[in-house]
Design a binder for this molecule. Sequence first.
Ligand code: NAP
Length: 245
Amino acid sequence: MTDSALVTGASRGIGLGIARRLAERGYGLTITARDRTRLDQVAAGLRDAGATDVVVVAADMADPEASHALVAAHEEHFGSLRALILNAGVGTAGSIGEFPMRRFDKTVAVNLTAPFALLQRALPLLRKGAEENPGRGAKVVAVSSITGVYAEANLAVYGATKAALLSLVETLNAEESGSGISATAIAPGYVDTDMSEWTKDRIPADTMLTVNDVVELVDAVLRLSDRAVLSKMVLSRAGASGYGA
Ligand SMILES: NC(=O)c1ccc[n+]([C@@H]2O[C@H](COP(=O)([O-])OP(=O)(O)OC[C@H]3O[C@@H](n4cnc5c(N)ncnc54)[C@H](OP(=O)(O)O)[C@@H]3O)[C@@H](O)[C@H]2O)c1
């Protein structure tokens, strides 16, 4: 039986790093992001890296239909799901007083509504994945942020969506971990990717966390037994206070 995983935001940054590691582990993968051309290139690389099969679905996570299309495509190819990686997200900064409501809606749609909708639709497939993997279970990993744990000025909306993911993960564990589905939220400080580009003049890229730091945690979580629940991991940058991005 081949393990399969669905990874959102898999075309760049942290999501690409996770998809690569899962390919090396022989997973079958459904990958998604908006840019289809880039996803097709990534898919070829993942096949070369060892993925048994790669399904590409180009979708905007702000689109309410996206979760349906994604889960349907994954089900058609793989029939069950061992790992759901809720990684896609948008970063937005701005003070509460000035934050445009349109940007609020978009951020909430991509960072919170989409992961919830995807999780809800994927639950039947995760339950099958758990049944097929006695002792290992099925896993959900949400890429949250340290700003969802420790609030930071000018990151109210981003931080609130990431805090909501932490809560969602804990609720999923309360509801489903006894049946073999457990979830983990990883809450990193700044990681050296495109998303953190805007702040690299203040925080040099070579002091940021690496994509591989996050990938190692995901890899370990997926190897835990179904007796273990690890709801939250906070990963901070060396040299920083430990309580901020
Ligand atoms: N980098 C950091 O400092 C940092 C720190 C803590 C947490 N995080 C979290 O880690 C996750 C990944 O971040 P990253 O740094 O790897 O970001 P990134 O390098 O900007 O990559 C984002 C990925 O998500 C996709 N994506 C973006 N908007 C999307 C949308 N509306 N619909 C579908 N896909 C979308 C992108 O592809 P397309 O553009 O083609 O859609 C890309 O594959 C995010 O949830 C982020 O909040 C990042």
